[in-house]
Design a protein around this ligand. Structure first.
Ligand code: FCB
Length: 452
């Protein structure tokens, strides 16, 4: 294909946009408290002290939001269900939402967990405790009972890496704990939660998980830098893909972390519980690559790994690893823009799990508040071109969910970062599509990337 030619996607490719409950719904009084409510109430944890109490008020404005999606010609919508809301008021809100989506011809893609652990479960120990995985399976069964007849696409967990390592090691995410050993326990119990929940979902459903695999690259080809990349690959990627796809935790991960834990929290039979229901698709969330090197003995490592400032590393037992910011353009998050990272991940999973369908479950960029957002269009275009290249190389990518449908609560950055193709005025809650929304609507309708 030569430059300037339109890039045509296969028929049936799913064009979607994604959001998450805590980031858009608001209506905090109509759910139990979650760890993010508690965390945001601690001064200094979230920029500006912002909370998810109101957010984009989607809980009250969902009809308007579904209309907007229909106007944009979206083929699918990936949203998450709030566990603390289901416990408080049941599944009615999500039933109405799903019915409206189906009526508008939009395929619902339901995520069971996007980080909003009910606070009372954290009070009992949270993800480092095995019981949390069983509580999650019970909740999954409730949602499956209510929506299993209407929702075909499910993802269990969103980015369990963030839940485990930002939540329990670096502490930049809720619940803000800083124990490397607990973060590894959390990772295992999240894997277990995935498996136990998957077993509760309807037989005909397609079940996936949305990981945020790291496109990790060594700074140089030196043996020490290659080893740094291997360590981070184990902690970012293989801690999940090991048990999900290959029957267990990789030996090098167990060896690297041996000073922190003997992994005895992995009980006999857990591998079978985690992978008992094989994935129907793997969700890949991608924003930016990671460039790593070995640190000279005793040196302090740069912590520019893009996951927020903390005195504690999110990488247990990887003190000898430094993170580097590649040169070139960045988004408002400071994340470098590099679509080859997405291509590399898609190609990797196609090789690692032949025949397993892939979905890009998140990809997008934060820029300024303006309605004219040519940088975002350029970001989306270059990443969609990478997806197309992967498909042309034989990688079975079935869909793409842009992050995000609308501006929302960006976790510890509060409302300061805007990822939406739709602008939200938080004073009036007025939604206004940006130029990127109009651009994406054209792409989604035609299945074609227009020439630059
Ligand atoms: C991902 C999260 C999503 C959003 C984007 C920017 O890690 O899944 O909720 O915060 O990053």
């Amino acid at each position: 294909m030569s430059a300037g030619e339109p890039v045509v996607f296969p028929p049936g490719f799913l064009w979607g946009a994604a959001t998450a409950a805590h980031q858009i719904e608001g209506a905090a009084a109509e759910r139990l408290p979650s760890v993010w409510d508690t965390f945001a109430a601690v001064p200094g944890k979230v920029l500006g002290g912002d909370t998810g109490e109101v957010a984009a008020d989607h809980f009250h404005r969902w009809r308007e939001d579904v209309r907007l999606m229909a106007e944009l010609g979206l083929g699918s919508y990936r949203f998450s269900v709030s566990w603390p809301r289901v416990l408080a008021v049941g599944t009615g809100f999500y039933e109405r939402l799903v019915d409206a989506l189906l009526e508008a011809g939009i395929v619902p893609c339901l995520t069971l967990y996007h980080w909003d652990l009910p606070q009372h479960l954290e009070d009992r120990g949270g993800w480092p405790e095995r019981e949390t995985a069983y509580a999650f399976a019970e909740y999954a069964a409730t949602v499956a009972g209510a929506l299993g007849d209407r929702v075909r696409l499910w993802t269990t967990l969103n980015e369990p890496w963030c839940s485990a390592f930002l939540g329990y090691a670096s502490g930049v995410h809720a619940p803000g704990r800083t124990s490397p050993a607990d973060s590894l326990r959390a990772a295992h119990h999240l894997n277990l939660a995935h498996g136990l929940a998957a077993a509760e979902l309807p037989a005909g459903a397609r079940v996936g998980i949305a990981l945020n695999p790291s496109a990790v690259r060594p700074l140089t080809e030196s043996a020490a830098d290659l080893d740094a990349a291997r360590r981070i690959d184990a902690l970012a990627n293989r801690v999940f893909t090991g048990p999900l796809l290959h029957g267990g935790y990789p030996a090098d991960l167990l060896a690297d972390t041996a000073a922190l834990t003997d992994w005895s929290f992995v009980r006999p039979g857990d591998e079978g519980l985690i992978a008992g229901r094989p994935l129907d698709f793997l969700g890949v969330n991608y924003y930016t690559p990671a460039v790593v090197s070995a640190l000279p003995e005793g040196a302090e490592g740069p912590r520019a790994d893009g996951h927020g400032a903390s005195a504690h590393s999110p990488w247990p037992a990887a003190d000898g690893v430094a993170f580097h910011q590649p040169p070139g353009e960045r988004t408002a998050m400071g994340w470098s823009i590099d679509p080859t990272g997405l291509y590399d991940l898609l190609e990797r999973f196609a090789a690692e799990a032949p025949g397993l369908p892939l979905m890009v479950t998140e990809n997008g960029a934060a820029f300024g508040p303006e309605l004219e957002d040519p940088e975002r269009i350029a970001y989306l275009r270059s990443h969609l071109a990478a997806v197309h290249r992967a498909i042309a190389a034989g990688v079975p990518v079935e869909g793409y969910y842009l992050w995000s449908l609308m501006d929302n609560y960006e976790w510890s950055y509060g409302y300061s970062k805007r990822f939406g193709i739709v602008h939200v005025d938080y004073g009036t809650q007025v939604r206004t599509p940006r130029a990127s929304a109009h651009w994406y609507a054209r792409v989604a309708r035609g299945g074609v990337l227009p020439p630059v």
